[in-house]
Design a protein around this ligand. Structure first.
Ligand code: HEM
Ligand code: HEM
Ligand SMILES: *[C@@H]1O[C@H](CO)[C@@H](O)[C@H](O)[C@H]1NC(C)=O
Ligand SMILES: *[C@@H]1O[C@H](CO)[C@@H](O)[C@H](O)[C@H]1NC(C)=O
Ligand SMILES: *[C@@H]1O[C@H](CO)[C@@H](O)[C@H](O)[C@H]1NC(C)=O
Length: 414
């Protein structure tokens, strides 16, 4: 559905003459499989020139598009010509970037791309960038294109729908929804210099370019798993562990529950560190989400240690330990901080709207939690479930370990 709409949108662009109908300069043309990115390149045959003229066209829905010159992978040092809607939405921001592996390409102010007339939003449906780059034939770390090649390697990528609208060439991106590679015939693209006009035909297809790799439906699964594991742990399993102890009265299952949850947080944190390196916004590990996240992770390790330590000492002495209140209050703090940190995670991932869903889940869990805590002492008060109160005794099946009612004069674990 979306695909066919994009195609329709692009077809309408193509029915619209973008510049004067003068003979277009020689060019090679690449059209992405879903026709949601069209890239046309002209290599001026004037040997004294190092310019490259190019046009990029994309329908309104993707947040960004990019073509990388000179490589077939992100790690092959391509020079990335990226475009997205301007803040006002009626023009195009060009963002020349450099790519350093499987992470968000980095803006490079040294790449000199100039916009030319013909850049803008057309028919409210299609963005077009027409411009010239004066230094895009070679770049540092031996990056280059070979203008005598009939099969120069290139990459392209297209962002997910909606999102970016900015005049900032360093704008943060979500990862591509689709990407791939192609080769371009630069001999075919060579002729008198000028902006290559994207042809006005309905069934636009590549000319002087051959599709290689083509992928779509890509998502940052590591970021999704990070969010799922962390929210499951902090909003679900960990608070449940408090009930296991308070209502269920089982320190043993409490320990098992919290250890399982710790496993989730450990994997979630490792994923958090890995995804941090994928985006320019998080590479420096200085966002509130990452700082709070790392603190919480450290607290969680301490908390697990305190739990086991308390348990060992208690088993030996059968006395409430000094660790208990620390474990209780650090535990509450850690859960609270972790939940709060979920709300800073979605904006960092450029999906602030998910915070509403998270708020719904957190409210539901909190209400259920309070309801259970209030109902439980009431149910306990019924004669048939009355049991002699006891302290914190584990592994002794003879000993009731209900924690809701404090033993007379004794400090309670929870
Ligand atoms: C937020 C920005 C980006 C991130 C985080 C990112 C991340 C990644 C990752 C993780 C892969 C590997 C996918 C897999 O193994 O299935 C990949 C592949 C790819 N990406 Fe990106 N990418 C970004 C932007 C771009 C841009 C701007 C381009 C094009 C100029 C691009 C072109 C490609 C291509 C062609 C591949 C397949 C070849 C390869 O593995 O390098 N990416 N990207
Ligand atoms: C308290 C524990 C944490 C919770 C509850 C949490 C939760 C979340 C959530 C819900 C997201 C949104 C994910 C998405 O929409 O794709 C997110 C993103 C993120 N988290 Fe965490 N997180 C925690 C700890 C950490 C830690 C320790 C790090 C790394 C130091 C980290 C790094 C990141 C990064 C970099 C993103 C953004 C990914 C992107 O830009 O697409 N998080 N987190
Ligand atoms: C785009 O503009 C051209 C020229 O004005 C017009 O013929 C065409 O119908 C328009 N297409 C859409 C989808 O508005
Ligand atoms: C940038 O490119 C334009 C157009 O080719 C050119 O006129 C200008 O001199 C270039 N500037 C630099 C700093 O290279
Ligand atoms: C450049 O190409 C044009 C045709 O596109 C041709 O007329 C012209 O002579 C060429 N110039 C050089 C220097 O080869």
């Amino acid at each position: 559905m979306l695909t066919s709409m994009r195609q329709l949108v692009l077809a309408s662009l193509i029915a619209f003459p973008l510049t004067t109908i003068a003979a277009s300069p020689s060019s090679s043309l690449f059209v992405s499989p879903k026709k949601d990115l069209v890239f046309s390149l002209n290599v001026p045959n004037d040997t004294s020139s190092s310019d490259l003229f190019f046009s990029l066209a994309f329908p309104v829905s993707p947040s960004w598009v990019a073509v990388g010159l000179g490589a077939s992978t992100m790690g092959g040092n391509p020079l990335v010509l990226m475009a997205y809607p301007s803040a006002s939405g009626d023009s195009v921001t060009i963002s020349p970037r450099r790519s350093y592996g499987h992470s968000e390409p980095v803006y490079d102010s040294g790449i000199n791309v100039t916009a030319l007339p013909g850049t803008g939003l057309f028919n409210d449906t299609t963005y077009v960038f027409e411009g010239v780059c004066s230094n895009c034939r070679s770049w540092s770390h031996n990056g280059k294109i070979d203008i005598s090649s009939a099969a120069q390697e290139m990459v392209y990528a297209i962002g997910p729908s909606a999102g970016t609208a900015s005049n900032n060439p360093r704008e943060s991106l979500k990862v591509h929804e689709s990407y791939g590679s192609f080769t371009m015939d630069l001999v075919h693209a060579t002729g008198a210099g000028g902006v290559p006009v994207i042809p006005t035909v309905k069934d636009i297809t590549s000319v002087g370019a051959a599709q290689k790799l083509a992928k779509s439906g890509y998502k940052d699964n590591k970021a999704i798993l990070h969010a799922v594991f962390m929210i499951l742990a902090f909003v679900g399993i960990w608070p449940f562990g408090i009930l296991v102890l308070r209502v269920g009265g089982s320190p043993r299952w409490h320990a098992i529950n919290q250890t399982v949850s710790f496993g989730l947080v450990l994997v979630g944190a490792i994923l958090g560190f890995v995804i941090s390196t994928s985006y320019n916004r998080s590479k420096k590990f200085n966002t509130p989400h990452q700082v709070i996240g790392i603190l919480v992770f450290v607290f969680v390790i301490i908390q697990l240690g305190l739990g086991f330590l308390h348990h060992r000492i208690y088993k030996k002495t059968q006395q409430p330990t000094k660790i208990a209140p620390v474990h209780v209050w650090l535990g509450r703090l850690v859960i609270l901080l972790g939940v709060v940190n979920g709300f800073t995670g979605f904006p960092l991932a450029l999906s602030p709207g998910y915070d509403f869903a998270l708020l719904g889940v957190v409210s539901f869990v909190l209400l259920s939690f309070l309801a259970i805590l209030f109902i439980e002492p009431w149910a306990r008060a019924q004669p048939e479930v009355q049991q002699p109160p006891a302290g914190y005794i584990v592994g002794d099946p003879q000993t009731p370990v209900r924690m809701g009612v404090p033993p007379q004069g004794a400090r309670q674990f929870v």
